[in-house]
Write a protein that binds this ligand. Structure first.
Ligand SMILES: [Zn+2]
Length: 411
């Protein structure tokens, strides 16, 4: 088939992605994907077995940097935050599409990350979130290479750090604020987890806080009557757990960790909790946050009043440990339209949804961004029992490839 030029970017209404699936060059890439299942699985296992605890993604990052070089990406480098970046250069610098996945896991150092195979399932912490996304980056580069696809615009492949928990999107934040790509990205795609249906174009906002209460402590018998931070923290928890959230916009809270005290017969000197607040609405998020602050203030006042005779008071401190903006990439943005068209061209009925991912940051900055599943199925994300089944993964890789080509164009 004669190679036709596929225009990138904004002329998307004109781009027929179904037609693109018949293009000989795209078919060559698809054939490579169909024939590479064992290769993709081996890669996924290799990545998973390199531990990447929060704030300790370096070893996995080094692997990605060397892999990017081996696969022929250009200007491969690790930025000052730890993100690994490499370019699949087109004839032009623009449009510049970022394809990314996150290096970090939620699992602490020392977690057994060896992959066990049970039937079709690959079982290991992190195997889907986000090793399936990371493996897809490698698989996509290999597919572009195998079919020798010459693109009009440029694709930057980026393995980010700090997506999970207290990482607070530090990698992608850096990428869009101080990194070399800041101000140059036309569109951003994050591959996070499995699946082929969801197109996450709405960013779920969240705020996370650590509440810490402190008192003088003492002996349970001898000093009885002294303010007790654990008792006060209990009142905070009780108030929060009675908070009535609206059904719509969906709003949630979770006290995920508590800590405090030394021993059963010691009045504790400190107690703390970590709480995660989320809402589809910035307004509801703010309301929830204000409720939390009021609940802490009230609990401290109650404890101080109740134990006033002791002459000592509790101190409270609320620290923000996470802040992810909410927002959305409009449905008529080229990246959303292209991902929808790519899904349909492959017979997939797309589901548009909302989540909290690396895309929150570009969305907040007005850069069109979506998060896609990288194919396959999985369960038990963020648990030691996490598993991934690569069945149907090809569809995820093909959708990703079509979306990318739809955005940067073919020469
Ligand atoms: Zn993830």
């Amino acid at each position: 088939m004669a190679a036709s030029i596929i225009e990138p970017g904004n002329g998307l209404q004109a781009v027929n992605l179904e037609g693109l699936t018949l293009d000989a060059r795209i078919r060559a890439a698809f054939e490579f994907i169909d024939g590479s299942s064992a290769r993709f699985t081996a890669e996924q296992i290799r990545i998973c077995e390199i531990p990447a605890p929060p704030f300790k993604e370096q070893e996995r990052a080094r692997y990605f940097a060397s892999r990017f070089v081996e696969l022929g990406l250009q200007d491969v480098h690790t930025d000052s935050e730890g993100n690994v970046i490499g370019f699949y250069r087109g004839r032009l610098e623009q449009p510049l599409l970022v394809l990314s996945a996150h290096l970090d896991t939620v699992f602490p150092e020392g977690t057994d990350v060896r992959v066990r195979k049970i039937g079709n399932r690959l079982c290991a912490p992190g195997i889907a979130d986000d090793v399936s996304g990371l493996a897809a980056l490698i698989g996509l580069i290999q597919s572009l290479n195998a079919a020798e696809l010459k693109t009009r615009g440029t694709i930057a492949f980026v393995a980010t750090v700090g997506e999970e928990g207290e990482g607070n999107l530090r990698g992608v934040r850096h990428l869009f604020s101080e990194g070399k790509l800041a101000g140059r990205v036309s569109a951003f795609v994050s591959f996070d987890g499995p699946g082929v249906e969801c197109i996450t174009h709405q960013a779920l906002g969240s705020r996370r806080f650590r509440v810490r209460l402190e008192g003088p402590g003492g002996h349970s018998w001898g000093d009885f009557g002294v303010v007790n931070p654990v008792h006060a923290l209990g009142r905070v928890i009780s108030r929060i757990s009675d908070y009535q959230v609206p059904a719509d916009p969906r709003t949630t809270y979770n006290i995920g960790r508590i800590e405090g005290g030394e021993s059963v017969n010691v009045i504790p000197q400190s107690a703390s909790l970590d709480i995660d607040l989320r809402s589809a609405s910035e307004f509801e998020l703010l309301r929830l946050e204000e409720f939390l602050i009021a609940a802490v203030d009230q609990a401290v006042i109650d404890e101080n009043v109740l134990r006033a005779a002791s002459g000592v008071k509790l101190r409270s401190e609320i620290t923000m440990i996470g802040d992810r903006p909410s927002g959305e990439t409009p449905l008529n943005a080229p990246i959303v339209k292209t991902a929808i068209a790519a899904s349909r061209a492959l017979g997939v009925n797309p589901i548009l949804n909302r989540a909290s991912t690396d895309s929150n940051i570009p969305i907040k900055l007005g850069v069109q961004a979506i998060t896609l599943g990288a194919g396959g199925v999985s369960s038990d994300s963020h648990r030691l029992s996490e598993w991934y089944d690569p069945t149907g993964r090809e569809l995820g890789y093909k959708r990703a490839l079509l979306t990318a080509i739809g955005m940067v164009g073919l020469e």
